[in-house]
Design a protein around this ligand. Structure first.
Ligand code: UGA
Length: 439
C-alpha cells in the first residue's frame, strides 16, 4: 500500500521504516528541512537499535523516502498517519497545536474524489479525533476521508522489535471502509487487532501508559516499606510477579520513571479526567511516589557521605533508560544536577546520551565532568552511583573499579547488581528496597 507518515520523530520514523520493511511504499514528511536532508543522506537523527539498517535497506529498495511536502505525501498515499509531537502545557494538559496545524494542512491538499484515511498515531486526549474530523471538514468541505485512531505502543530502545511484533494493534474507527484499509496496512505484522470506536482507542493509550506508571510507583512504594523493614523488593517483586494476573514486568524498583512519555501522559490523563469532571486522584499519588523516589535516593547518599559539597561522585548513566540516546526528562540527569547543585563534583559517563545532554543544555559541562569510559568516571570517586541500567555497566572489571575509587561506596539506583557479588568485590553496596549493608 502507499502510506504517508507526517512527522519523522521516534514514532513516525520507526513506523515508516517498519511499514516499508513489510512491503508498503512509505513517504515520510517532516517540516524540518535539515532533518529531511539528513534522512535523505542516510543519517539517522536518533539512536535506536536496528533502525539505521532498516532505513538504509528500505531507502535502497525504493520503499521509503523523505520529503518536506505534505501535498506530495497526501497525493500519493491512501492512508496518512499523523505522528507529530503532543507536548505538555504548564498545567499538564496536552498542547495540540501541531495536530491542529497538520489537520489544516491536510485539509488544504485533499483533492475531491480521492478518499483518504487520516490516522492519528500521536498520543492524544480522548475526543481529539472528533476535533481533527471537524477541522478537516471546516477547511475542506469536499474532502472524502475518515479519521482513525491508531495509538502506538513502541518503547524507545526496542522500538523496532516492538513495532515488528506488537502485542496488539488498536484501530479506533467508525468507518468500515477505513477499518478494512487499516487491517490491510497491518496484515503483514500478524498481530492481534482490536477494533474499537475512536474515543476508546484514544483512551487506551493514556490508560495503558498510566497503568504502567502506576505499576512502577506501586513497586517503588513497596521498596520503601522493604527498606524500612529489612525485606528485599526484588524477592517481593518476583513473588507477586509470578501471579499471572500481575506479571513481573514493570515491577523494577529504582529512582523512578522518566522519559518523554510516562511523566507527560500521567499528567495529561489527570488533566483529561479533571476536564471531564471525573478526577483521578490515584494518578496524583503515582506522580507523588515517583517524585519521592529520587529524593529518598539522594537522602540515602547524603546519609552515608554526610556532606555532599566538594565530594567527588561518579554517576554511570544519563539516559532515561538503556539502549537509547534520549536524555529528555531523564531521572538520571535530574539526579546529576541535584548532586551538582549541592556542590558535589560529579563525573558522569553514559554510552550514548552524554553528547545530547550537553547539546540540549540539560547539563552544564562547566559544573559536571564527562568521562569517556566508566573506569575514567570512578577515578578518585568517593561513591559510584548507578542511574541507568546499561548492560555494559554490569560487565565491568570491578576489582579495577574498586582500586580506582577513593572509597568503595556504591549506590545502585536501578538494582542492576547482585548485592553479594558487589560486597565480595569489597564495595559497601546500597540498592533500592534491598537490605542495607552492615554499618
Ligand atoms: C513507554 C511505554 O512503555 C510504551 O508502550 C509507549 O508506547 C511509550 O511510552 C510511548 O508512549 O511512546 P518508553 O517511555 O520508551 O515507553 O520506555 P519504558 O520502557 O516504558 O520506560 C519508561 C520509564 O520507566 C523509564 O524511565 C524506565 O527506567 C522506567 N521503568 C520501567 C522503571 O522504573 N521500572 C520498570 O519496571 C520499568
Amino acid at each position: 500500500m502507499d502510506l504517508c507518515i507526517i512527522g519523522s520523530g521516534y514514532v513516525g520514523l520507526v513506523s515508516g521504516a517498519c511499514f516499508a520493511e513489510v512491503g508498503h511504499h512509505v513517504v515520510c514528511v517532516d517540516n524540518d528541512q535539515r532533518k529531511v536532508e539528513m534522512l535523505q543522506a542516510g543519517k539517522i537523527p536518533i539512536y535506536e537499535p536496528g533502525l539505521e539498517d532498516l532505513v538504509h535497506r528500505n531507502v535502497a529498495s525504493k520503499r521509503l523516502r523523505f520529503t518536506n511536502s505534505i501535498e506530495d505525501g497526501v497525493d500519493n498515499s491512501e492512508v496518512i498517519f499523523i505522528a507529530v509531537p503532543t507536548p505538555p502545557q504548564t498545567d499538564g494538559s496536552v498542547d495540540l497545536t501541531y495536530i491542529e496545524k497538520v489537520a489544516r494542512e491536510i485539509a488544504g491538499v485533499l483533492k475531491p474524489g480521492a478518499y483518504r484515511v487520516i490516522v492519528d498515531k500521536s498520543t492524544v486526549p480522548v475526543k481529539t479525533g472528533e476535533r481533527v474530523e471537524a477541522t478537516i471538514k471546516r477547511y475542506n468541505k469536499d474532502a472524502e476521508f475518515a479519521v482513525v485512531s491508531n495509538p502506538e505502543f513502541l518503547r524507545e530502545g526496542c522500538a523496532v522489535p516492538d513495532l515488528m511484533n506488537p502485542d496488539r494493534v488498536v484501530i479506533g474507527s467508525s468507518s468500515n471502509r477505513a477499518t478494512d484499509l487499516m487491517k490491510r496496512v497491518y496484515e503483514p505484522f500478524k498481530a492481534p487487532i482490536l477494533v474499537t470506536d475512536v474515543n476508546s482507542a484514544e483512551l487506551i493509550k493514556h490508560a495503558a501508559n498510566s497503568f504502567l506508571s502506576l505499576k512502577i510507583s506501586y513497586i517503588n512504594a513497596v521498596a520503601a516499606i522493604c527498606e524500612a523493614s529489612g525485606a528485599d523488593v526484588e524477592m517481593v517483586a518476583d513473588g507477586i510477579g509470578m501471579d499471572k494476573r500481575i506479571g513481573r514486568n514493570f515491577l523494577n524498583a529504582g529512582i523512578g520513571y522518566g522519559g518523554s512519555c510516562f511523566p507527560k501522559d500521567v499528567k495529561a490523563f489527570i488533566a483529561i479526567a479533571r476536564q471531564l469532571g471525573t478526577p483521578f486522584a490515584l494518578l496524583e499519588e503515582v506522580e507523588e511516589i515517583n517524585a519521592m523516589q529520587l529524593t529518598r535516593f539522594i537522602d540515602k547518599i547524603r546519609e552515608s557521605l554526610w556532606v555532599l559539597k566538594d565530594k567527588k561522585l561518579a554517576v554511570w548513566g544519563m539516559t532515561f533508560k538503556p539502549d537509547t540516546d534520549d536524555v529528555r526528562n531523564s531521572v538520571a540527569i535530574e539526579l546529576i544536577n541535584r548532586l551538582a547543585a549541592e556542590g558535589a563534583h560529579v563525573t558522569a559517563y553514559d554510552p550514548k546520551g552524554a553528547e545530547k545532554a550537553v547539546e540540549w543544555k540539560l547539563i552544564d559541562p562547566t559544573k559536571v565532568t564527562l568521562a569517556a569510559t566508566p573506569l575514567e568516571a570512578v577515578a578518585g570517586a568517593e561513591a559510584l552511583i548507578i542511574a541507568t541500567e546499561w548492560h555494559e555497566f554490569a560487565n565491568q572489571d570491578f576489582a579495577a573499579v574498586n582500586a580506582s575509587m577513593h572509597t568503595p561506596l556504591v549506590f545502585d539506583g536501578r538494582n542492576l547488581f547482585d548485592p553479594s557479588t558487589m560486597r565480595e568485590f569489597g564495595f559497601t553496596y546500597h540498592a533500592v528496597g534491598r537490605p542495607a549493608p552492615a554499618r
